[in-house]
Design a protein around this ligand. Structure first.
Ligand code: SF4
Ligand code: SF4
Length: 346
């Protein structure tokens, strides 16, 4: 493990150094919204944020992703593959959101079918995570195996302390990266014990929802419970809870054609909260009403995912709570489930 530090005022130097070898994505504030974008000017990076509104999954799994392009050639069609994915650093991502990347890796490489787009990006991305000094009241990362300084899914972890940022390598990839950066110096050993205490204090202040990781066992018997009617009544089906979720990965595939016969095949974000999502070509739709759609979101994350992949489909970032226009709070569902003992017949 390598431990280094850099003063806050030199962070632009660090970004510029990284840019010599990598494409650097980081949090940027645009019209009041923090989102992850490629940093072109080191000064635009915004590290004074609780969490981005749009998660950094947009780097790994863009909202509109070109799978390949094509053009007419004589009587045939020429397929044009994407250029190779460049070496990339994601800088300043919160540990909860990088945990979401593990889920993407799992989903897009599970079984027989491997997704080259997501997997190539993952291979070329180095993650420099930034610990969370001020978790929001809606955060529950510690209830789903995470934490504000969780090291599981980052290559380097940065912790802000007084006028400095402390960098700690977590993986070999992270160590190799840190060793190359000239603008950082050795960590002040006197601060390291204080930083560790700070991290523990912040983590222990986040309320824990007991038993959330094993809630799938309880959900097994609650599929037809009347609570889903109540929970889905207010939902307006806007999809914000899924689009902004760092673990949601549903997509649709479309062709974008031009008149000259050229075009591209794209993959776009989709959501299980829209009625069209499950509309079959026969005209049949197994989820025509809000109730099964709202229930699906919860079961997918907290029942099917843990059972199929042994991983929980939520990192506790709280975005679905903050951004729901009708103030639906997923934590209320957990509390209801904890108190339920309903069983379906048979
Ligand atoms: S379900 Fe909600 S709290 Fe969990 S990861 Fe998604 S947006 Fe965050
Ligand atoms: S954000 Fe709220 S209103 Fe919108 S689909 Fe999700 S639960 Fe329904």
């Amino acid at each position: 493990m390598v431990q280094k530090m850099i003063s806050k005022e030199k962070i632009s130097d660090l970004i510029k150094e990284l840019q010599k070898e990598f494409k650097v994505f980081g949090p940027v504030k645009e019209e009041g919204v923090v989102l992850f974008k490629e940093i072109t000017d080191a000064k635009e990076i915004c590290l004074d944020y609780s969490n981005s509104k749009i998660p950094a999954k947009s780097v790994l799994f863009p909202m509109i992703d070109t799978l390949f392009s094509y053009k007419k050639e004589g009587k045939g069609v020429k397929i044009i593959e994407n250029p190779p994915y460049e070496k990339t650093v994601i800088f300043g991502i919160r540990p909860c959101d990088s945990m979401g990347f593990s889920l993407f890796k799992n989903f897009f490489s599970f079984g027989k079918y491997k997704d080259p787009h997501v997997l190539n990006r993952l291979k070329n991305i180095t993650i420099i995570g930034m610990g969370c000094l001020e978790p929001r009241t809606t955060c529950f990362c510690t209830s789903v195996n995470g934490g504000p300084f969780n090291k599981e899914s980052v290559d380097v972890l940065i912790t802000e302390f007084k006028d400095n940022y402390y960098l700690e390598s977590i993986t070999d990839k992270g160590e190799a990266l840190i060793k190359k950066i000239k603008s950082i110096t050795d960590a002040d050993k006197g601060d390291l014990a204080k930083i560790e205490k700070l991290q523990k204090d912040i983590e222990s202040a986040i309320p824990v929802i007991e038993g959330l990781v094993s809630i799938y066992t309880k959900l097994d018997g609650l599929f037809d419970h009347p609570m889903w009617k109540m929970e889905s009544q207010g939902c307006i089906g806007c999809g914000a809870c899924t689009y902004l979720c760092p673990t949601c990965h549903c997509f649709d595939v479309l062709e974008e054609n031009k008149q000259d016969g050229s075009g591209r095949r794209i993959r776009i974000w989709d959501t299980c909260q829209f009625p069209l999502f499950t509309l079959e070509t026969s005209g049949h739709n197994p989820r025509t009403t809000k109730l099964p759609r709202v229930r699906q979101r919860i079961y997918h994350k907290f029942n099917y995912y843990p059972k199929n992949y042994n991983i929980i489909g939520c990192v506790g970032c709280g975005r679905c709570i903050i951004n729901c226009p009708v103030s639906s709070d997923i934590r209320n569902i957990f509390l209801s489930v904890e108190n339920m003992s309903f069983k379906t017949e048979g």
